[in-house]
Design a protein around this ligand. Structure first.
Ligand SMILES: Cc1cc2nc3c(=O)[nH]c(=O)nc-3n(C[C@H](O)[C@H](O)[C@H](O)COP(=O)(O)O)c2cc1C
Length: 190
């Protein structure tokens, strides 16, 4: 024990994580996979990473096609995300089972999910086999947002209200507690 803390197993204790539903394939033959091991990697060029186990049905599709779409659900769509993360495309067509709408993307063959408010089209630039998971580094080619979540030309996270994931539990997005650089601004007079 160091500094009075409880020492835990070395592991992936980082939280919270986003919950996204990634669409793969094309307009005729497609699948959905829910992922939490995802992140922003680079701003210029814009790059996101998704970490996928090679035994997932979606893994081979992403590897072969070199493209995917990251769809961000709202908290009230959490059941759709959990469904896509607990059934395999080997067993059923998740779009059809959930009544989701595949929408043609602008720059990739994989469909957007029409019902999810944010869709990020990506082309795989690098693959990094890590062990249990393989990291796909995706370059962002196009981003789409439903008009109701857009504010002043940007996405308003509160309007999306995405679910977040922390140690196998889902939570709502939560309250804003600050903004970038607020400690550098002059404090209001008291
Ligand atoms: C909240 C949540 C997060 C998940 N995150 C990942 C992940 O980051 N990487 C991964 O390979 N699988 C992850 N999974 C598991 C896959 O979504 C799951 O195995 C899915 O059924 C695979 O679908 P497929 O076989 O159709 O590709 C997650 C599941 C859930 C419910």
């Amino acid at each position: 024990m160091a500094a009075g803390k409880v020492e835990l197993e070395p592991g992936t204790w980082l939280f919270p994580l986003p919950v996204v539903v990634v669409s793969v394939g094309d307009m005729q033959d497609h699948n959905l996979i829910t992922l939490a091991w995802v992140g922003t990697l680079c701003s210029r060029p814009p790059m996101v990473g998704i970490s996928v186990r090679p035994d997932r049905y979606s893994y081979r599709i992403i590897a072969d096609r070199g493209e995917f779409v990251v769809n961000i659900p709202r908290s009230d769509q959490l059941d759709l995300a959990d469904f896509c993360g607990t059934r395999s495309g080997r067993e059923l067509n998740k779009f059809a089972a959930l009544g989701l709408t595949p929408v043609p993307a602008a720059r990739v063959a994989a469909p957007l999910v029409g019902e999810f408010p944010v869709n990020i089209e990506c082309r795989v630039e690098q693959r990094v086999p890590l062990g249990s998971h393989e990291l796909f580094v995706g370059r962002v080619l196009a981003v789409h947002a439903a008009p109701e979540v857009v504010l002043d030309g940007s996405i308003d996270p509160r309007r999306v209200n995405p679910p977040v994931y922390a140690l196998e539990r889902y939570y709502a997005f939560g309250e804003q507690v600050g903004e970038y650089g607020f400690t550098r601004r002059p404090r209001p007079a008291r």
